[in-house]
Design a protein around this ligand. Sequence first.
Ligand code: ADP
Length: 595
Amino acid sequence: MAHSQPSVFQPPIFYCPYPVYLPMSHKKFATLAVAAILIIVVAWFGQVTNHEVGNIVQQQFTQQQLLLTRQAAVGIEGFLEERTVLIEVLAEEVADESPENMTSHFMTVYSRSRGISSIGFANSEGVIVTGYPVEYVAIGLDLYATKKNASFDRARETGETYTTNPLLLVQGGIGSHIGVPVYSDGEFKGVVFATIDISTLSERYLADITPDGHGQVYMITMIGRSLYDSAHKEMIGKKYIGSFCTNDSSYAEILSEQMQETEGTGYYFDESSGEWRIVAYTPVIWYNHVWSVATSVPASDVGALVHSVYRKQILFIAIVVAIILAGGGSIVLIFSRWNRELENEVERTTEDLKKSNIKLESANTKLKELDRLKSEFVSMASHELKTPLTAIKLSMDVLRPLSGSEKDIRTRDELFEIIDRNIERQNRLVTDLLDISRIETGTLKFNLEPVDLYNIIRESVRSMRGIAEREGISIHTDLEGETLVIAGDRDRLVQVFVNLIGNALKFTEKGEIRIQVRVVARHPEIRVSDTGIGIPSDELDRIFDKFHQVNSGLTREAGGTGLGLAICRGIIEGHGGSIEAESEVGRGSTFVIVL
Ligand code: ADP
């Protein structure tokens, strides 16, 4: 090879046609980074592979050119060989013929064999005596007189066929002569010579293998003279070195290889077209002549071929990468959606847990409060139960040693009264406790029946009137109409009014108690008012709590358990009604019941 192989192709370049300025999350960025790395790796791998593929394609292409020249060379050699043998056979055939008869033989061979442009006969004196076609044969020419006798002499002396170097023909084109000596009975009779038209064989064997585009086929002799050139017809007969290239050009090196009977391939830089060309050449050997058939193709043709392979490769890689990215992207999307759904689920569950936690906490607080109230209730109830028992026990202790004296009898009567009062108090307390417990557990039963509310009020007032009179307090009732029938539990309602009147008496030093009934919006509204000490506004709601008593000297003096109003509210609410207190400290209180 005359030159090292140049790079005939450009590796493909990957580039992004516009900048991407997108705000993106870390996850997206990571996905894109992985995709970019993947593309770079695939591109790098593709480039390395492309380089190898390029080299292989180039080598195969060059080998293919070489094969073409080999095929042409074999064809040309066969053609020349065939024509030579034909002329030798003809020489034998016409050995005994007269020159006149020879002509008809010549005509037959000429018309049947393409590529022979003329056939003639020079007699033993070196004078051309006959030939066909007559216009291309110089009949009558004396070779000795014109000093063209060198080949003729050699044939006579050696008795062998000779061939001449290609030369320009009278009829145009370029050709070689074949000369065959003729002997008859061992006597030299002359030489049959034929002209081989090289243009014919070139057209037949070389034109066909001319590559498309800027490809070229040419054939040169051992001294570099052009016998055929598909691209430069004007060069035929001329020498390449000197015309086309200088002695020291890269092309001259390839030409010199060609002239040395070698087969091969090479690259040279063609300055006229400014590009590299690939040359493949094979020798043609015919007698003592060595010619060389060559193809010359621009290296860019191979580049185009390689690039078409690249394009297909890149398309394939792009499709594969797209499939990988699309597939990977979908998987990432599916997973991130699952992840999001999972996160939402976890968030929801956490939220639910938080809520139930808060509920649990508040339930816990309520339970603690209930527990505290229960303890408070137990301690207060125990205290309240213990007080009368202590009073009874003490009275009994005093009673026991008493004698029958008058003084002792008086003391005993007082003590019995104390015991009686305390048993009564204990009894009331236990009854109240039972009531409150039933109210709270919802087991207090109401015996609802049509009852006259006024009757109930009058009965309650009657039962309290004695105490009222003792206290010097009057009780007035202000009732609309004669009767007011409602559905209620008589005894429980009496219990409510007795309690309210009792409280009014307890907390009123002087003045009066008024019970007023009105029907408002078809509902009886009962107001129990007194002119007593009143209740501070911040206590108005709390007095309905069990055991709650307003902290005042009068309350302590009055005794009581603090359960009365809680029971009243339980009974009234059990009737589907409501009870509230209104008051002004120092001026009295009013308890309003709506049934
Ligand atoms: P008790 O009368 O046994 O103390 P109650 O539940 O009936 O319990 O009453 C609770 C508290 O409400 C009383 O201790 C008292 O301080 C206040 N109270 C009730 N009625 C009146 C009233 N008419 N005037 C002023 N204070 C009252």
